[in-house]
Design a binder for this molecule. Structure first.
Ligand SMILES: Cc1ncc(COP(=O)(O)O)c(C=O)c1O
Length: 380
């Protein structure tokens, strides 16, 4: 049977391979501590859960793509509190069903003749590229190198590429490297976006998982007329299963999304939106979540460094980006660790520029992290 060429050209989602390797290790009797997938595994705050339960009414109508005004206002209030920016909840914010679907489908709303390129960092979360391919765009890879702090080298991008760009994806705090970006990156991108007529798409899923300095948002750029931000409660509020995020950006872009999204059918359920109002309105549970990731990080990082492993980037997010020992590939090192019961994601899963590293997502429990630290001490 013939399928869409974009789908046919896509390799299996790399984590499917990791699942197979894990099943194989378990079959060999190995007890695993799983740092592979970045799926938060913590309890959602009881007040958020209660809000969801109370909102499950006997009759639930189709949710509207524009979202509840209460939720858009709560998001606007959070953006003001957290980043000091003023957005109009009526025209500049739209709630999404988690952020992945909005990231994936965004290229479909903006790619057009003459604007057929989508800039994608490498290594990266795979969804930017997949979304671009399905939209019929050409992904254009922008390497993130350790010697540049995992920031894109904008001067290395040729002039003819800039003029054909529909959008330029950035993601800080970064998955998988844990690097953070200064506001100057967004200022520079905003200036180039104005000069070449493209949108800066900033995926800020990990903005609230930080340890030293509070990460900035692309919305803090002086000119945000071409900046579109994607954020989510999945990591900040440990709510991956709720599916709740938002897009914030220029009114024209948000209006286009409000026109496009009802056809896709991706409005979050009303009970999820009511729980999300509670989540965006509280910072206390977020502080507790950050403290928890800090404790896990403090268990693992010294154990890795004591073995001479270089932890690169890793300033924020719940990822540790660890250089593989000299002479070992990402997959080879990941396989060796798997043999000792420690599951990590090979850096090569995130694009060729991720080769030479492995990623640890600090999602196992503190006890499991302590156990993994002891294994590392013993076997590496
Ligand atoms: C960089 C990045 N962006 C976006 C997402 C999507 O998260 P969600 O759809 O749960 O909001 C993830 C999830 O792993 C991610 O790592």
């Amino acid at each position: 049977m013939e399928l869409s060429p974009a789908l046919a050209a896509m390799a299996a989602y790399p984590f499917v391979r990791l699942d197979e390797a894990k099943a194989d290790a378990r079959a060999r009797g190995i007890d695993l501590v799983d740092f592979g997938m970045g799926e938060p595994n913590e309890e959602t705050d009881p007040a958020i859960r209660a809000a969801l339960q109370q909102a499950v009414a006997p009759t639930l109508l189709y949710p509207r793509a524009t979202g509840l005004p209460e939720l858009r206002s709560a998001i606007a209030a959070w953006l003001r509190l957290r980043f000091g920016v003023e957005l109009d909840p009526e025209t500049e914010i739209v709630p999404t069903l988690g952020s992945k679907e909005a990231i994936f489908s965004f290229a479909q709303a903006v790619v057009r003749p003459g604007k057929d390129l989508v800039a994608i960092p490498e290594p990266a979360y795979p969804v930017y590229e997949r979304g671009a391919l399905v939209a019929g765009a050409r992904p254009c890879s922008v390497p993130l190198l350790e010697e540049r702090g995992f920031l894109p080298d904008l001067d290395a991008i040729p002039e003819e590429t800039w003029s054909r760009l529909a959008c330029f994806w950035v993601n800080y705090p970064n998955n998988p490297t844990g690097a953070v970006a200064p506001v100057s990156l967004y200022e520079e991108l905003a200036a180039r976006a104005a000069a070449h007529d493209f949108l800066v798409c900033s995926d800020e899923a990990y903005s609230e998982i930080w340890f030293d300095e509070t990460p900035v948002s692309a919305l803090q750029a002086a000119d945000r007329s071409r900046i579109v931000v994607f954020n989510t409660l999945s990591k900040r509020s440990s709510m991956p299963g709720y599916r709740s995020g938002f897009v914030a950006g220029p009114a024209a872009v948000v209006a286009a999304l409000k026109a496009f999204r009802p056809t896709v059918g991706t409005a979050p359920q009303e009970f999820v939106q009511r729980a999300s109002v509670v989540a965006w309105s509280d910072e206390e549970h977020v502080r507790r979540t950050r403290a928890l990731y800090r404790r896990k990080r403090d268990l693992l990082r010294p154990a890795l460094e004591a073995k001479g492993l270089r932890v690169a980037g890793s300033e924020a997010s719940f990822f540790l980006w660890v250089a593989a020992p000299r002479g070992e590939t990402s997959e080879g090192f990941a396989e060796r660790l798997l043999g000792h019961g420690i599951v990590v994601a090979p850096g090569s899963y995130f694009g060729a520029a991720g080769e030479g590293y492995v990623r640890l997502a600090l999602v196992p429990t503190e006890e499991e992290c302590a156990r993994a630290a002891a294994i590392i001490e013993e076997v590496l």
